[in-house]
Unconditional design. Structure first.
Length: 194
């Protein structure tokens, strides 16, 4: 049986765990990461340090692998889409485009009849102050925020007035809810929709 070469974009903790699991299945892992000391470097069979938009390294990576996956959502969609035209990327790049953007993600989940907290798209200060009745709330950047980055707790209108919003950045305002507990859910679907 031919050994599978799995390309993994991103070299964080999830990439490390993916490499460990792949070894047990006799799958060869090749990680491409923009962090030269990423955790997955120590667990992958091969490691390529590169920016995600370096065409030469991306093409080199694609030629070495049979299939491609990614271990975090902030890989640029254009790069995933380009790679998908060379080698199959799973999950599909279109999925990543949704999970990269909190507004698209919330819209998608709610369209599946899975209710989330109430939310509003915020593009400027006027949007924010006109939704003062929505407070208290969490305001987050629609993209590229994670682990508390790009997140602001807004309790009242004074908080809204004092916050500086970046131009050309979309935000999402999420109504605060009283949580009894928080759980993380992972759902997967196999190729044949199982």
């Amino acid at each position: 049986m031919k050994k599978i070469n799995l390309g993994i974009l991103g070299g964080g903790q999830l990439g490390s765990m993916l490499c460990i699991a792949a070894k047990k299945l006799n799958i060869h892992t090749i990680v491409l990461s923009d962090d030269p000391v990423s955790p997955a470097k120590d667990f992958s069979d091969e490691f390529i340090f590169s920016n995600y938009n370096d065409n030469e390294k991306i093409n080199y990576f694609a030629k070495k692998v049979d299939k491609i996956t990614f271990e975090f959502e902030n890989i640029p969609f254009d790069i995933l889409n380009k790679l998908n035209s060379i080698k199959k990327v799973l999950p599909k790049p279109e999925i990543n485009k949704i999970v990269q953007n909190r507004i698209l993600e919330k819209d998608f989940v709610n369209d599946q009849n899975i209710r989330t907290t109430e939310y509003k798209k915020i593009t400027d200060k006027d949007d924010l102050t006109s939704n003062a009745d929505f407070l208290p709330a969490m305001m987050k950047t629609a993209t590229l925020g994670y682990d508390g980055k790009g997140q602001f707790k807004l309790k009242n209108l004074d908080d809204c007035k004092s916050i500086n919003l970046s131009k050309n950045t979309d935000y999402i305002l999420e109504k605060l809810v009283n949580l009894k507990k928080e759980i993380s859910v992972i759902v997967t679907r196999f190729k044949k929709n199982e």
